[in-house]
Write a new protein. Structure first.
Lengths: 485, 41, 107
């Protein structure tokens, strides 16, 4: 009766070159050699236009299909998309000056000060944005003198905020001795909130529903909001919902490393199916920590630092509308605790088992979305092509199942896979950036189904050697008459 | 070849994971002194 | 290889010595595996971490090399690693690792 569908998606990017220095890797290395490294990093940052024209970014917001990347010569950063738009069917690429103003809007504790001289430019930038022009931007009027900002930076450990090389504000800590509330952590959390809110605002627009129609929000970002007694305590789902005026929604945060978005979707699907909630938003904001993660490799190859964007995703799960692709409830594949560490048994749990349950073969799935990290970011830094390896694994499963010959794996990858196009933002590349493309292609009848497979590295938290994974399949909606139970 | 050796294992999440290599090494008679699984993303 | 892992290895070598110590790698991408292998044999190629300029010269193998496969009981190998032979370029990996071990012997 309540078969769930993913009715709408939003995929956004925010170009934040001024924050690359605060990514985990760059900030640690700049600390070691501040005078020599920072100018080199700054010389390798991209302009907003370059970020917009970058082919994988155009794929992310939906202006290009992922397959299109196969026909663009690499390196992609040397082959910009002509007449590229910052807006796409799934979202937008937002420039830093708009995002800084949006961060201030998201700031409910005066954590962030904006410079009085920079404020008019930041306010004007946000005022011209279609999603925020009718919002009360009064918070931006609380800007302060540059001397006060410099004083706080010098004497109180506040972090300077840069835009185009100038200090345009600062972030404060909110407790003298609480590491969970220090400026760097609050900045990370505020950026996750703000980018998540941007994704949600686009989702509401794309789905054409009012904010007060949403009744549950599940946040799957990779931040850890909380204080010293409650690190990672949560609350970002409601913070994002509040900013977008989802006044009749409640919500909570779902944590599962890179698999977070899929766990959140599983729960949304179950809760819609049960009838407990009707319109559930899954939302994930971006990761400051992962900016510039592979910058060393990019500098070594004298290429631009490509990890200069935050990602944001949002999905709306509702009861069968008779047209959006159905999420098969018998399609969920899970990596059980007892699955072991062998790659074969993990991939069989995620791909083969659920397909067998549905009476399908591996080659019956038209498109697989795996972890979709942009290979240009990772290969250049000696980290390999993650999507390609995962696609080859699925191809190898098809070989073991006797569906294809071992010499056909490359062709399988080309036909059932796609090049990675997502920034390396942890949970953001987790298969779901293909959802927008998949939903549209299924609706247009170009493909009949798509499977989403995400992997998580639980061992990074040092509490278990386990990794994780989760998968599901969406398929063409047969229409209202046959869509019910 | 590995009998009696002390082995450091560097697995990869998207390759052969650390614990899988460690299981092979133990079966080959080695003592595994460190198991690491790398995740490059 | 990140600096934290380099520090762990350096400490381990300081504690147990290099005798009888072997490194086995599992990265699917030959180039990625090569970087890890060279770091533990000839030192950190980026000269940034604790193994910068530290040539440990540890014998290094990849789990997907034929001679490693032969040294592991076959049922265990098939269960834990065999699948990745279909995925990774084992020929390329074998060539790279043999070359690295030859270099250790020569230098």
């Amino acid at each position: 009766m309540y078969d769930p569908v993913i009715k709408a998606c939003s995929h956004v990017l925010i170009h934040v070159p001024g924050f690359v220095r605060y990514g985990s890797k760059p900030s640690r290395e700049i600390e070691d050699s501040p005078t020599s490294l920072l100018p080199t990093i700054e010389a390798h940052l991209r302009t907003f236009e370059q970020a917009v024209e970058y082919p994988p970014n155009q794929v992310f917001i939906g202006n290009l299909h992922p397959d299109h990347l196969n026909s663009i010569e690499q390196p992609w950063y040397r082959h910009p998309v002509a007449n590229a738009s910052r807006c796409g069917p799934y979202g937008e690429i937002m420039p830093e000056e708009e995002f800084l103003g949006l961060m201030k809007l998201a700031d409910d504790f005066d954590l962030m000060w904006l410079d009085k001289e920079a404020m008019p430019m930041l306010k004007e930038a946000l005022q011209s944005h279609s999603l925020w022009k009718n919002t009360d931007l009064g918070k931006l009027d609380t800007a302060v003198e540059n001397t006060r900002i410099r004083d706080r930076i010098q004497n109180d450990g506040s972090i300077p905020l840069y835009h185009r090389g100038c200090i345009v504000g600062c972030m404060h800590r909110h407790h003298e001795k609480d590491d969970a509330l220090k400026a760097a952590v609050l900045m990370e959390n505020l950026m996750a909130k703000t980018s998540g809110a941007l994704a949600l605002a686009h989702l509401l627009q794309n789905a054409d529903i009012r904010a007060d129609e949403v009744d549950l929000i599940l946040n799957c970002s990779e931040e850890a909001v909380g204080d010293r007694y409650n690190r990672g305590g949560g609350g970002l789902a409601k913070a994002i919902g509040e900013m977008c005026r989802c006044v009749f929604a409640t919500g909570c945060d779902i944590k599962a490393f890179c698999v977070g978005p899929i766990y959140a979707l599983v729960q949304a699907v179950g809760l819609v199916k049960s009838g407990l909630f009707k319109r559930i938003v899954v939302v994930g904001g971006g990761s400051l920590a992962k900016l510039g993660m592979k910058f060393r490799g990019h500098l070594a190859k004298d290429m631009p630092i490509l990890e200069d964007v935050l990602g944001g995703l949002a999905f709306l799960v509702v009861v069968n509308d008779g047209e959006s692709p159905l999420i098969r409830l018998d399609s969920f594949g899970k990596h059980d605790i007892g699955s072991g560490s062998s790659q074969q048994s993990i991939m069989e749990s995620l791909v083969v088992k659920p397909l067998h349950r549905m009476g399908k073969k591996i080659t019956d799935v038209d498109r697989y979305a795996v972890e979709l990290q942009n290979p240009e970011v990772t290969v250049s830094a000696g980290s390999g092509n993650v999507p390609l390896t995962n696609y080859r694994m699925i191809g190898a499963l098809a070989v073991l199942g006797g569906e294809i010959q071992s010499g056909e794996i490359d062709r399988f990858v080309l036909e059932h896979g796609m090049p990675g196009f997502s920034p390396t933002q942890g949970h953001i590349p987790a298969a779901v950036p293909f959802l927008g493309h998949a939903i549209d292609a299924i609706k247009r009848g170009e493909i009949k189904n798509a499977m989403f497979v995400a992997r998580g590295s639980l061992f990074l938290g040092r509490m278990t050697q386990l990794s994780d994974g989760l998968s599901f399949l969406i398929e063409k909606n047969p229409g209202k008459k046959s869509g019910g139970d | 070849m590995f009998k009696g050796k002390k082995v450091i294992v560097f697995g990869e999440r998207d390759g052969v994971p650390g614990p899988a290599i460690a299981a092979c090494m133990k079966a080959a008679g080695a003592e595994v002194v460190l198991t690491v699984t790398e995740c490059f993303v | 290889m990140d600096t934290e892992k380099q520090a762990i290895i350096k400490k381990l070598v300081d504690d147990v010595g290099t005798e009888d110590l072997v490194v086995v790698i599992g990265a699917a991408d030959p180039e990625v595996a090569q970087v890890t292998a060279e770091t533990v044999t000839f030192g950190d190629p980026s000269f940034a971490g604790p193994l910068a300029g530290v040539s440990l010269r540890l014998p290094v193998y990849h789990i997907l090399e034929p001679e490693v496969k032969e040294a592991v009981p076959q049922d265990m190998y098939q269960e834990q690693a065999g699948f990745m032979e279909l995925v990774a370029n084992t020929q390329e990996i074998g060539k790279i690792f043999k070359e690295i071990r030859d270099r250790i012997r020569e230098t």
